[in-house]
Each structure stands twice: as C-alpha cells, then as structure tokens.
Design a protein around this ligand. Structure first.
Ligand code: UD1
Length: 352
C-alpha cells in the first residue's frame, strides 16, 4: 500500500510526525508532499528536524497569498504530482488551505481520500477552517475521527458509514515529547519556579481587526505574572501595521517555538491563553489550565471541569490566566496515544 500525505502548515507537521512513524513501522510506502504554505525555518523545517520527520519527497513552495490564490496554486501543482504518484490513499490533515486543496485535487482524479482529524465542528461559518474541514469531510472516502464527539458530527451529516474513531494523533506526539523534555531547562525567558503564562494569538478573527487585536494585547499585558508570547508571523505583521506594541506590560515576546520548547513551556506554565486549537488540547493533555480567546471551540472535550474556559473578548483574561488548576479529572477523551497505529490500521482495512 502506498499513502501520500499532504501537509503545509505548522499543526500538520505535528500530526504528520506520529503518522510517518506508524506508516513506516507498518511497512507502508509513504510519500510526503509539502505545499509550502508555511516556509519560515521556525514555522516548518524546525518541526521536521525536531520531530524526526523524513524530509518531504516533494515541495511545492506555494508560499503565502490570499485564500483563493494560495489554494489555487496548490491545486494546480498537486495534479501532476498525484498523476505521477497514483497513491492508494491521499491523506490530508486538519483544516488548513493545504487540506482542502489536496482533498479537491484527489477527488477530481478519483484517488481515495482519507481525512485525519475529521468531524471537528466550530459551527462558526466565519472561520476559513470551518469550510475547509466540512468540505474535506464530505469529499473524503474515509474520515478518521479523533473523538466520539467528532464521530457524532459525521454521523449527523450522513457520513457515518465511512467514518471511524481512531483517537487523536496529537496525544501520541505531545506525551512523547513531554517525557523527552521533562527536567530540561526551559528555552523561554522565565524562571520555571515562578508562575508564568504562555500565550499565543494568530487566528484571522483575532488579528485582522485592529481594535480587537489591540484589546487582546492590552488584556495580555495586564496579567500579573510574566506572559511568554511566541509571535506568529501573522500576528507580527498585523500588529506592526496597526502600530500595536507587543512588548507591553508583562509580555515577553519570543520567536515561534520549536515543538519541544512549546511543550516544555506549556507543561511548566501556570496558565495558557490561546486561540490555537492544538495548544488548547496540549494544555489539557499537560494539565495546564487554558483560557481560549474565541467564541467557541471545536475541542469541546477540553471545557470539561473548567480545564479550558472560553473568553471571547479577552475581558476576563487577567483573572482567568492565573486561576488555580481545577480539581476535576480530565479523563482520556482524546485516546491514549495510539491513534497513529489505529489510523494506519483503518487505512489498511478500508483500502479497496
Ligand atoms: C494557517 C491556517 C490555520 C492554522 C495556522 C497555524 C488556513 C486558512 N489557516 O493560518 O488554520 O491554525 O496556519 O499556524 O490555512 N507567514 C510567514 N511565514 C510563514 C507562514 C506564514 O511570514 O512561514 C505569514 C504570511 O504573511 C502569511 C501569514 O503569515 O500571509 C498567514 O499565513 P497563512 O498560512 O496564510 O495562514 P496562518 O495564519 O498561518
């Protein structure tokens, strides 16, 4: 069996790491295509290096652009790649423009399509990611759901017969990396023996509106403990354009972190503030209380017991970011770290 993975953005590299290992471990031929959606060294190469992912076999180098231009460039370039490789499965990850481009390219060429992290729904149609994930699920021949909640969405949309729960591959990689970095010094500018907050803000809905971005940054600046803020390039560009200083109050900016550094910081932090889907889950897995600056979350399981709290306008961030750890058990809604093997098994079983 030959599986062709298409990735392009930072969270997809994290999910690719356990999949690449599990596919190779099962003797499956694995071709990796990188669209080039993310291209800075600390947004791309560092993840391949730190997580031991084989170099991409094919790199499309599409770079940045408007949604249409970026997605269209990927589509145009994926056609000949898929024609040449003719895999048994095209495997796409998550909800980015790289996901939808590869999904469309695959189904138009009648190549079997599998979607890892299928069935997530925010029900917020203003998010580009919501369209990407819904359309990809409906194009897919196999929906690999991370949770029972995700499976429920797929069933409700009539996709139950092609869907299977495999668990969340981010558990596999997050817990492994947590153990690897345990006891190592932190690489962020704080003292691990004193409380600090790890914050990330990058989503279009939080960065593209000047007023909203300004109020989020002010809210972070007012937190009473040091706030480590790894700066995504979109945040840097939008803040500069709006004349917003990112180094206000207690904020300490750093470049986007390599994955082990991020996991180490999230595990040691007393609180996480974020709009990232991945970091909400990582905080939950690592037992760090999270505050999410969004109106909703796809990862509703993280809200249980108050481990994650939504603060849509960041108006309560100063208090929420430093709240105590909840006493509630978290359970294992995302599985036990064996999702990649389960996903490979499903690919084998559903292979026609
Ligand atoms: C994308 C995903 C988002 C995901 C995020 C993770 C879509 C629609 N969005 O958002 O779901 O949560 O990745 O990071 O696919 N840039 C650089 N260097 C890079 C990459 C981007 O400078 O290596 C800058 C460019 O100015 C670019 C902007 O960041 O225009 C946004 O990048 P883009 O890939 O379009 O979207 P993200 O905001 O990263």
């Amino acid at each position: 069996m030959r599986v062709l993975s298409v990735v392009g953005a930072r969270p997809q590299f994290v999910k690719l790491a356990p999949m690449a290992k599990a596919l190779t471990g099962a003797g499956v031929e694995h071709v990796i295509v990188h669209t080039g959606q993310h291209y800075d060294v600390n947004m791309s190469d560092s993840f391949f290096k730190e997580l031991g992912i084989p170099d991409p076999d094919i790199h499309l180098g599409v770079g940045s652009g408007s949604h249409g231009v970026q997605t269209g460039n990927m589509l145009a370039q994926l056609d000949p790649v898929f024609e040449t490789e003719r895999p048994d499965w095209v495997l796409v990850y998550g909800d980015t423009n790289s996901t939808i481009a590869a999904a469309l390219a695959a189904v138009k060429l009648h190549l079997p399509l599998a979607h890892l992290e299928a069935g997530l729904r925010s029900f917020n149609r203003a998010m580009p990611e919501e369209h990407n994930r819904v359309l990809t699920d409906h194009a897919a021949d196999l929906c690999l759901a991370p949770t029972e909640v995700a499976l429920g969405h797929l069933v409700a949309e009539g996709l139950g017969d092609r869907s299977v729960v495999v668990g969340d591959v981010m558990v596999d990689v997050c817990l492994q990396v947590r153990d690897q970095v345990a006891g190592r010094p932190l690489t962020v500018p704080v003292d691990r023996d004193h409380p600090f907050v790890l914050a990330t803000i990058h989503r279009a809905e939080n960065t593209d509106d000047e007023q909203r971005l300004r109020s989020i940054i002010i809210a972070l600046a007012e937190i009473t403990v040091p706030v480590v803020l790894p700066v995504h390039p979109r945040l840097a560009a939008k803040a500069t354009a709006a004349g917003i200083s990112l180094t206000q109050g207690n904020i300490r900016t750093v470049d986007p972190l390599p994955y082990p550094a991020l996991v180490g910081a999230a595990a040691a932090a007393s609180g996480v503030v974020t709009d990232s889907g991945g970091l909400q889950k990582e905080a939950f897995l690592l037992g760090t209380p999270c505050t999410t600056v969004r109106t909703e979350t796809e990862w509703v399981e993280t809200l249980g017991g108050g481990w994650n709290i939504l603060d849509p306008d960041a108006s309560h961030v100063a208090q929420l970011a430093v709240r105590r750890k909840p006493s509630a058990e978290r359970g294992e809604p995302f599985g036990r770290g064996t999702a990649a093997e389960a996903a490979v098994q499903a690919l084998v079983e559903f292979n026609r």
